[in-house]
Design a protein around this ligand. Structure first.
Ligand code: SF4
Length: 190
């Protein structure tokens, strides 16, 4: 059964959000992008400069790497939904602070309820902590499947981390192959 709210309703309720201090410095709210009932959802940490400029998630260098990873396992970017834990850019690309995550994450959870994906992939520790409550280091929690309501969720390194540590690209590649394998399985009845 589909969630009662639609993504459009969640967006409408968010409005010209001033619920946390990140509102002050933003150019655009980056709500999310992708099909309203995508099978796969990626969740990053927060918008960067390019995303803030364009109002779209993962359009900068990290986004290009995400696109390349998706392509490498035969998944089209236009088939996945992409969003972030916070929807406004933290100054200087710092990690979002607790009060900001507390203010913004209810909208993320409502987005997930509306989309009802099969698989959620948390990109980086802030997303894994927010969505799955996982506090251990990323290298310990990555690449495993966890339950999230009727869906599965996993965590992997953020593409921006791989840009800073190119030798770690193999981690991302390995986890994207797992995502691809998972989505090849027939959908379980709910
Ligand atoms: S980060 Fe989220 S809660 Fe804070 S102002 Fe932006 S949309 Fe609102």
């Amino acid at each position: 059964m589909r969630g009662r709210e639609t993504l459009d309703q969640v967006r409408e309720d968010l409005g010209d959000c001033q619920r946390c201090k990140l509102a002050k410095g933003r150019k655009h709210i980056v709500f999310g992008q992708g099909p309203p009932h995508a099978e796969l959802v990626f969740i990053g940490e927060g918008p960067g400069a390019d995303e803030d400029e364009q109002g779209l998630p993962f359009v900068g260098r990290a986004g290009k790497l995400l696109n390349r990873m998706l392509e490498s396992v035969g998944i089209k970017r236009e088939d996945v939904y992409i969003c972030n834990v916070v929807k406004c850019r933290p100054p200087g690309n710092r990690p979002p602070e607790k009060d900001e995550v507390d203010a913004c994450s209810p909208f993320l959870f409502r987005q997930l309820d509306a989309i009802e994906p099969r698989l959620i992939c948390c990109l980086g520790a802030p997303a894994a902590r927010t969505v799955l409550g996982l506090k251990e280091g990323m290298l310990k929690i990555r690449g495993r499947f966890y339950d999230y309501g009727g869906a599965k969720a996993m965590a992997t390194v953020h593409p921006a981390y791989v840009l800073r540590n190119p030798r770690e690209e193999k981690i991302l590649r390995e986890d994207f192959e797992k995502i691809h394998e998972f989505l090849k399985q027939p959908r379980e009845k709910r």
